[in-house]
Design a protein around this ligand. Structure first.
Ligand code: NAD
Length: 299
């Protein structure tokens, strides 16, 4: 089943650079009104582009880790659009953290990465869920996580080695490796919201899913690898590596297709989009971390 998204309203966080603007544009292309926010000033340029796609749009310089900013975005979207149906919690931060970093860096990293990736998705989720429940017409929460927590299609079921897989010794181990403990922890923490919210909200027609993203061409990944932000400045080796990454427009289309499943669609799913898999919405997996009974409120 595929529903129309036209006339619905969405919030996309972290939409100034990277994958976020692609989510906003893909939603606008479906006729969805879109409110966007980011800590970067460039966010203020996006609403005009979205309006040119024929929808209502507005944007704020706002930090998802700050409750007042979250309130401003959610209240502003509800007031401007008359309600809210979709939250794409995309804002994220990622840089190297090491187990033996000194405590000053450890704390700054915690506030930066956990503050945005976990606290930000928590605050935005809480604020939007309250509105969705008040409206009583269902809705969708999509948290953006990482493929570090769903190694090769798991939990519990490993992906068969796909022809296209670039990981030499698939299945690859879980986690981003030894330089990303905090980033991974912040994203693993999202499982608590995924399962808790999905169970609590299913009976209200609200679905909660997470995009477990693999390498996708964005500001963040280029910054992480020390690559130039512009394609025409890449050397040959960098261009070869970039060519293996997913395109943000494709990952955005997967989210649109997820939303088009409507209220009867999947919930509580970590949707794996890793390099080497086709960038498409694959059929839902059986729920293994939580039972169908608990999702249906009977356990
Ligand atoms: N690109 C990838 O390969 C990849 C892989 C796995 C997961 N992800 C996740 O996808 C999401 C988007 O990543 P991206 O690659 O587009 O990153 P990006 O850095 O290119 O874009 C992220 C955007 O979020 C904004 N942002 C950061 N902190 C914020 C805050 N506190 N409040 C509001 N806005 C904030 C940034 O300013 C930026 O515009 C992130 O959650 C990231 O962890 C990306």
């Amino acid at each position: 089943m595929s529903i129309s998204l036209a006339g619905k309203s969405a919030i996309v966080t972290g939409a100034a650079v990277g994958i976020g603007p692609a989510y906003a544009e893909a939603l606008a292309a479906e006729g969805v009104n879109v409110a966007v926010c980011d800590i970067r000033e460039e966010i203020l340029e996006l609403p005009a582009k979205l309006k040119a796609q024929g929808v209502k749009a507005l944007g704020w310089v706002a930090d998802v880790s700050k409750p007042d900013d979250v309130r401003q975005v959610v209240d502003g979207a509800v007031e401007a659009f008359g309600g809210i149906d979709i939250l794409i919690s995309n804002a994220g931060k990622c840089w190297v953290s090491l187990p033996d970093d000194d405590l000053d860096k450890a704390l700054a990293d915690y506030e930066g990465m956990v503050g945005t990736n976990l606290k930000g998705e928590y605050l935005m989720g809480r604020a939007v869920i309250a509105e969705l429940l008040k409206q009583g017409r269902g809705g969708d929460i999509v948290n953006v996580a990482t493929d570090h927590m769903v190694t090769c299609g798991s939990p519990f079921e490993l992906c068969p080695k796909l022809e296209a897989c670039t990981w030499k010794d698939a299945p690859r181990p879980t986690g981003g490796g030894e330089v990303m403990d905090l980033y991974d922890a912040s994203k693993w923490g999202l499982n608590g919201f995924l399962f808790g919210w999905a169970k609590a909200l299913r009976s209200h027609g609200i679905r909660v899913n997470a995009m477990c993203m693999g390498a996708t061409d964005s500001w963040m990944i280029r910054d992480f690898y020390g690559y130039p932000q512009s394609r025409d400045k890449e050397n040959e080796e960098q261009a070869e590596e970039v060519a293996t990454w997913m395109a943000k427009e494709d990952t955005a289309q997967v989210v649109v297709n997820l939303l088009k499943e409507g209220p009867e669609g999947r919930t509580a799913q970590n949707i794996n989009l890793c390099v080497g898999r086709p960038t498409v919405l694959e059929p839902p997996l059986p729920n293994k971390y939580i039972t169908e009974e608990s999702l249906n409120g009977s356990a």
